[in-house]
Design a protein around this ligand. Structure first.
Ligand SMILES: Nc1ncnc2c1ncn2[C@@H]1O[C@@H]2COP(=O)(O)O[C@H]2[C@H]1O
Length: 529
């Protein structure tokens, strides 16, 4: 191993440890390295199997054919979803080079933004610590998903109810004992890896030369409409451009699930990520391993593809005895099953349909290739941007990357207002690109006459919108996109941080802002007194 590999491993581990804040550091490190080792071996197997595959150009359809339980299109599965005729997406060609989350996607990537980050639904920890365990009656329990949420950044920006902090885990049934492991980064056991028969299908490229086509399941316009409606408000899809979204839509498969059916079994290898279109799912955590005698949709057939032909169905009345304690619910528009795909760890919970439901499944390769990479690119872009913001100069890279995870981009047309004087504020903004002007309404000489006077100008790296969050007062000015004289110059683009994230993440900077706000407003302009 070269020293640079060693250095980058240690850097990855350090970053992940900072983000996860493990209780048992040694155990965390042991699990982390073990997990990387397992993944590397799995990848080596992938490469070997790819070489074999390249001889026949395509695996036999029955090896990795993902048969959806029900589909509405006439015959969407008549073509192998992995057909090499599927054109490559140019944006993916560029995204194959060294793993965006290091050599293994363990915690620390943009999607594990920690409780409350982006997901915006977790009880807020007192400090910047982002511990992945969750608490019930003061006790820590297993991992929580920042994605399993109905959080909608757009809504939170436009909807002036900034200070509510509902949690999807707000009413979990408390566990009776504390025997759930605290550091959840357990490596996949060899049994789990053995059971994951489709490991060879996960060909997240090892170098820039390797392009694996992603699955394409043709859809009817009606199916596309329903998927779009289901993912529209989902946080996890916020980073996708049009092309990436098309890749995700292509790869999704519709599944109809009966009441009591087990979609995910705790402890299994993760094969799919699921978006709920209709119905209701409960997530359960069991202290003891789930019996290998019962089956989830994922491990009910040899390919590990989602199918309920031999899936376990439980009577809802004695569910708890089988699957453990309920920890959360998934309603339409939410998603589940991302954790195992992100970290290569066993499923952290079992997920059971509580009524007849419809979900859209997304395979692990597409999830990792499109969604995780988009999240990574987004984070890198924001980290770069935030490192140029003077206000944040005193923050550590970890703190900056937490802010990066919580930011949401918005582009404004010339003259369009980002915030309006007199309105209550629920969002704080950085100028990412372009120019904004700050105006205040001033009474004219005649009764009832009001003039808008310009009091400032904001450019890249400047911030605004903090005042009403600090003082809980209405917006003191209007900030809008400048009218550009050169139409080829950048439109106003802002990065928005909702009130919860603002309060949590910018705590240490409050003092600077309050001082600024007393004398002036914002970094580059002053209000007339
Ligand atoms: N409290 C929780 N802990 C862990 N997973 C949860 C919890 N609540 C919901 N889940 C979801 O249950 C899923 C089980 O599979 P994953 O571990 O891949 O991802 C998990 C999350 O999406």
């Amino acid at each position: 191993m070269s020293i640079s590999t060693f250095d980058s491993l240690v850097a990855d581990l350090t970053r992940d440890a900072h983000r996860v804040q493990p209780k048992d550091a040694l155990q965390f490190c042991a699990n982390w390295f073990q997990s990387r080792l397992e993944e590397q071996r799995a990848r080596t197997r992938d490469v070997l199997s790819q070489r074999r595959r390249s001889v026949s150009r395509e695996l036999p359809a029955d090896h990795y054919f993902d048969a959806p339980l029900t589909t509405n299109s006439s015959d969407p599965t008549s073509v192998s979803p992995y057909s090499r005729d599927v054109p490559h997406r140019s944006s993916l060609r560029n995204s194959v080079a060294p793993g965006p989350f290091g050599t293994l996607d363990v915690p620390g990537n943009a999607l594990l933004s920690g409780p409350g980050m982006g997901g915006n639904r977790m009880p807020t920890p007192p400090s910047y610590q982002m511990n992945p365990s969750f608490q019930i009656n003061g006790q820590d329990y297993g991992p929580v998903s920042p994605l399993n949420t109905t959080f909608n950044p757009r809504q939170s920006i436009s909807n002036p109810s900034p200070f509510s902090n509902p949690s999807p885990f707000s009413n979990p049934a408390p566990f009776s004992s504390s025997s759930i492991p605290e550091d959840y980064l357990q490596p996949l056991s060899s049994t789990i890896l053995a059971r994951r028969t489709s490991v060879s299908a996960e060909s997240i490229p090892l170098d820039g030369e390797f392009h694996e086509p992603l699955p394409v399941f043709p859809k009817t316009p009606e199916q596309l409409r329903r998927i779009k409606a289901s993912i529209g408000d989902n946080f996890i899809f916020r980073d996708l451009d049009e092309e990436q979204e098309t890749g995700v839509l292509n790869a999704m498969q519709e599944l109809r699930v009966d009441e009591g059916e087990v979609v995910i079994r705790q402890g299994d290898a993760g094969e799919y990520f699921y978006v709920v279109e209709s119905g209701l799912f409960h997530c359960f955590i069991r202290k003891q391993p789930s019996p290998s005698t019962w089956y989830s949709m994922e491990n009910s057939n040899a390919e590990g593809s989602p199918s309920s032909s031999t899936t376990e169905k439980f009577s809802l009345s004695n569910l708890r005895a089988e699957v453990g304690e309920k920890v959360s619910e998934c309603k339409p528009g939410t998603s589940f099953g991302e954790l195992a795909l992100m970290y290569g760890h066993p499923r952290a919970a079992s997920v059971v349909a509580m009524e007849p439901s419809v979900v859209w499944s997304l395979d692990r390769i597409t999830f990792r290739t499109i969604i995780l990479k988009a999240a990574y690119r987004r984070r890198t872009m924001y980290e770069q941007f935030l490192s140029s913001v003077d206000l944040l100069a005193s923050l550590s890279p970890e703190e900056r990357s937490k802010i990066a995870d919580a930011l949401v981009s918005r582009v404004y047309q010339d003259g369009e207002a980002v915030v309006k004087q007199g309105e209550m504020g629920d969002t704080f903004f950085f100028v990412e690109d372009g120019e904004a002007i700050v105006t205040k309404a001033q009474s004219g000489d005649n009764a009832g006459e009001v003039h808008e006077i310009q009091v400032g100008r904001l450019t890249k790296g400047d911030y605004f919108g903090e005042l009403s969050l600090l003082t809980l007062a209405p917006r003191a000015a209007t900030v809008s996109a400048s009218y550009r004289t050169d139409p080829t110059s950048a439109k106003l683009k802002v990065a928005a941080l909702d009130a919860n994230a603002f309060t949590r993440l910018l705590g240490p900077l409050r003092e600077i802002m309050e001082r600024n706000a007393g004398e002036s407003y914002g970094p580059s302009y002053r209000f007339p007194h």
